[in-house]
Design a protein around this ligand. Structure first.
Ligand code: HEC
Ligand code: HEC
Length: 301
């Protein structure tokens, strides 16, 4: 009987340690998820002319990929549900019931998109503000102007939740879920940018389009952290890769069709559906920029 008692104590100790680990994960993750951010206010002119609103619509539906998470009507939706890890629900951006449109001031829009922070100072989950942080004031103004014009939709999409395993992955740094943690909130606003078929504009599109989120900071490719198991590793986009033999026309064709010059159909996890909507000049700009980055072999990450 003594052995049973020892066994009982052993199991009790293990259960106790597990509970402590779970509590630790909750405490550490909650401290980050519920942290309050104070972001310096930035004055941005919100235009109301048709050309600017059209520019905003273009950014939202192409390189900005807002519609991918917020839905075609921007009314918010659950776009990711991995039980035990995360349930990601985007916000309703319209002025309908359950949307933020009716209550957001211009400063609230800027804070959310550029800094990934709610009006109450909470960091937004998954919302890729680390990329939108680099939007020019003009483009950010155009995006806000457009979002304000979309028809109101009454819809309460619900709230996101990070569950136990998601919190554990988050605590050990396997998921970068909070853009607000990665942004320098007091950095000066980015300089104005002139659109055109230039590598500088390509760099801008690569930044706001979030290519580095999947292809890595050096764009050298590799496994994408937090990707669904079905997703292949992201490709190496540096000059020392398969892309080195591509012409600009090859690149444009690949983004438009999702089929590369070798005849390979790209996995839909690669958002060519949105990137391929860019103009020839813009895609050429991205191609030109990719020629200028340091060559690298594919990274492990
Ligand atoms: C990868 C998915 C994703 C993309 C792309 C995305 N969002 Fe979001 N967005 C979210 C999620 C998820 C939330 C809610 C996060 C939360 O509540 O913690 C959110 C929240 C917001 C909010 C804040 C609402 C609030 O309650 O404070 C605004 C504003 C917003 N998004 C605008 C945009 C705009 C504009 C774009 C494109 C330029 C965009 N989002 C692109 C996922 C995304
Ligand atoms: C959500 C993750 C994700 C984002 C964001 C993303 N990519 Fe990709 N990309 C991938 C994955 C994964 C592959 C590999 C697809 C495959 O092997 O089927 C890929 C493949 C490619 C290829 C094909 C390379 C080849 O050898 O055939 C190019 C070119 C490319 N991406 C460019 C870009 C550019 C430019 C951007 C930003 C504007 C971008 N990607 C953004 C995930 C992403």
């Amino acid at each position: 009987m003594r052995i049973l008692r020892w066994l009982g104590i052993g199991v009790g100790v293990i259960v106790g340690l597990l509970l402590i680990a779970v509590a630790g994960v909750y405490v550490a993750s909650s401290a980050r998820l519920n942290k309050t951010y104070k972001v310096p206010e930035e004055q941005i002119a919100i235009p109301n002319d048709a050309a600017s609103i059209e520019r905003g619509r273009y950014l939202v539906t192409t390189v900005g990929q807002c519609v991918d998470c917020h839905g075609e009507n921007l009314a918010g939706r659950e776009f990711l549900n991995a039980p035990g890890i995360i349930r990601a629900v985007s916000a309703n951006l319209t002025a309908g019931k359950g949307g933020v449109g009716a209550r957001f001031s211009d400063a609230d829009w800027v804070r959310a998109i550029r800094h990934g922070v709610t009006p109450e100072g909470r960091p937004l989950l998954i919302m890729p503000s680390q990329n939108y942080n680099q939007l020019s004031a003009q483009d950010l103004g155009a995006i806000i102007a457009y979002v304000k014009t979309v028809p109101p939709v009454d819809q309460e999409p619900g709230t996101s939740q990070v569950q136990l395993f998601g919190r554990a992955l988050f605590v050990v740094g396997q998921i970068d879920a909070l853009a607000a943690e990665r942004i320098d909130h007091s950095a000066p606003a980015p300089a104005p940018i002139v659109p055109g078929a230039t590598s500088a504009y390509g760099n801008y599109l690569v930044t706001i389009g979030g290519c580095a989120d999947c292809h890595g900071a050096a764009l050298a490719g590799g496994l994408v952290p937090g990707a669904p198991p079905s997703a292949p590793p992201a490709a190496n986009l540096t000059p020392q890769s398969e892309l080195s033999g591509w012409t600009d026309a090859d690149f444009i064709q690949t983004m438009r069709t999702g089929v590369n010059p070798a005849g390979k159909h790209l996995n839909a996890f690669m958002p060519y559906k949105y990137i391929g909507l860019l103009s020839d000049d813009e895609l050429r700009a991205i191609y030109l920029y990719l020629q200028t980055i340091p060559p690298q072999t594919m990274s492990a990450k």
